[in-house]
Write a protein that binds this ligand. Structure first.
Ligand SMILES: Nc1ncnc2c1ncn2[C@@H]1O[C@H](COP(=O)(O)OP(=O)(O)OP(=O)(O)O)[C@@H](O)[C@H]1O
Length: 479
């Protein structure tokens, strides 16, 4: 069915366009000119680099908003020291870091008992004297933000009433989130003040900032350093560039970040963080951070080993819905995620499931990031038992407790080929959890049967046929 890939492409563009225009609508209010270069041309259909950046930024924000704790990993941290002869320090407790008591109190008040894997190595390096430069990469949720926030707070001298730490984030919303962490961790250290260099924060001409830490987006930070001179860049001791992979997706941000970096003194400590580390990020990182120490933490791989996979053959979406109802009638499902191609199908399906008495949450492309986070949060807290979504909305979101995943439509890319990566991400689990899961794929045409076969071949894992009219057979899959 050729319309499948077309529908997906349309849905993706539609969703991207809307989430972007939502973000951009907000962003353009009172925004300095220098940051308006990312505006999307309405209706041009093609995804631009800026759209990708907004996708990434939105995803990163979503992850932050819904994350309640640290992502654990069994992988080992890889450390490349600038000076291989100097001893490699790592710490197993926050006490070993000899933090200021007010900061230690802040760390514990946040519920942190011990450093995360990345923090074990990154914190001693960042807190060392003389200061060391660092490039660190690890997946979202592994404790990078908390690490550099602690480093910034440790390095400021509160008796000096001028900016000493500068942190740049790719978007207004991400800057606010990081700001919140600074405020939380510094809650017992009220002498240290924070200023947001973000759109809408208009200061009087000629003002000199007294706050020791400034967090903002590259355009505004650059203006404040260069044009408006609210900040004297020569007095900056610590420069943090967060979410480098999101940052470089926009040419403007990349240039602005480099221009900020060039205004800083040679002695300034440069720190750069990224969730991913493709070639482009690495090239950018090396330009921002001279003589770096490098810390990398590999992402935990997902696997299909503990997942039982089935497929159901149907003729149309109504039959697929009926099959879904039969499955629900036969086995107890604590929580399920159902993926559809288009927002229209997702909306329709959520409506039908509600009519059947299911508590359904719908994640849809027209929702703002905060609304999406609220839906995911409710679902994670068990307020709804079924989450119906399109792939665009749920990409990158981990809802680990879900034991059943239903592909109401199989994942295909824009050319109509199987999207194996998305398939794995939807139903796979990281080895560590090892929880058994159930995946049910709905097939409704020769096209989708072919996609299913290719996915099966790709992973070399059998996907069994399931007859949803046979209640006994369905019951067996639950065991
Ligand atoms: N040492 C720790 N112990 C317990 N929880 C922690 C620790 N460090 C961070 N956290 C918590 O873990 C979550 C993820 O941490 P953090 O936001 O620093 O990760 P991150 O790698 O910066 O993620 P992202 O790339 O999404 O910003 C947060 O809720 C944070 O409060």
């Amino acid at each position: 069915m050729a319309t499948d890939s077309w529908a997906l492409a349309v849905d993706e563009q539609e969703a991207a366009a809307e989430s972007i225009s939502n973000l951009q609508l907000n962003e353009n209010e009172g925004k300095p000119k220098s940051e308006e270069n990312g505006a999307k041309r309405e209706g041009d259909g093609d995804k631009t680099e800026d759209d990708d950046k907004e996708d990434k930024a939105a995803q990163s924000l979503l992850n932050k908003l819904i994350r309640s704790n640290l992502v654990n990993t069994t992988n080992q941290v890889e450390v490349l020291q600038r000076d291989p002869n100097s001893p490699l320090y790592s710490v197993k407790s926050f006490e070993e870091l000899r933090l200021k008591p007010q900061l230690l109190q802040g760390v514990y008040a946040m519920g942190f008992n011990r450093p995360s894997k990345i923090q074990e190595n990154a914190l001693p390096m960042m807190l060392a004297e003389p200061p060391q430069n660092l490039i660190a990469q690890s997946q979202s949720g592994t404790g990078k933000t908390a690490a550099f926030v602690l480093a910034m707070l440790s390095h400021v001298d509160p008796s000096n009433k001028w900016p000493q730490c500068l942190c740049v984030s790719p978007t207004y919303e991400l800057a606010l989130q990081t700001g919140k962490v600074i405020e939380q961790m510094g809650q017992f250290y009220p002498e240290v003040k924070l200023m947001y260099a973000i759109r809408g924060n208009k200061l009087e001409k000629g003002l000199k900032l007294q706050e020791q830490i400034v967090i903002g987006t590259p355009g505004t930070v650059l203006d404040w350093c260069q044009k408006l001179k609210f900040i004297d860049p020569k007095k900056i001791k610590v420069f943090v560039l967060d979410e480098a992979d999101v940052m470089i997706a926009t040419q403007g941000h990349l240039d602005q970040s480099l221009r900020i970096q060039r205004m800083l003194p040679k002695s300034c400590q440069m720190l750069l963080f990224s969730a991913t580390f493709e070639e482009s990020v690495w090239n950018f990182a090396k330009r921002i951070v001279p003589d770096p120490n490098v810390i990398k933490l590999k992402r935990e791989e997902e696997t299909l080993d503990t997942i039982k996979q089935y497929y159901v053959v149907c003729n149309c979406k109504e039959e697929k819905f009926q099959a879904l109802c039969n499955i629900y009638g036969a086995i107890t499902i604590a929580q399920a995620m159902v993926f559809c191609h288009t927002r229209k199908t997702a909306g329709w399906l959520a409506g039908e499931l509600s009519k059947e008495g299911h508590q359904v949450a719908l994640l849809s492309g027209e929702m703002q990031v905060e609304q999406r986070a609220a839906v995911i949060d409710r679902f994670r807290n068990g307020k709804e038992k079924v989450l119906v979504t399109t792939n665009v909305c749920a990409r990158g979101i981990d809802v680990e407790q879900v034991s059943v995943v239903i592909n109401f439509d199989l994942p295909v890319d824009k050319d109509g080929n199987p999207d194996n990566e998305t398939y794995l991400h939807r139903i796979g689990r990281t080895g560590r959890f090892g929880k058994r899961g159930l995946a049910i794929n709905m097939v409704d045409s020769k096209f989708s049967m072919n996609i299913l076969n290719r996915i099966q071949d790709h992973f070399d894992k059998k996907i069994e046929r399931l007859d949803t009219d046979d209640l006994d057979e369905i019951e067996k899959i639950a065991n």
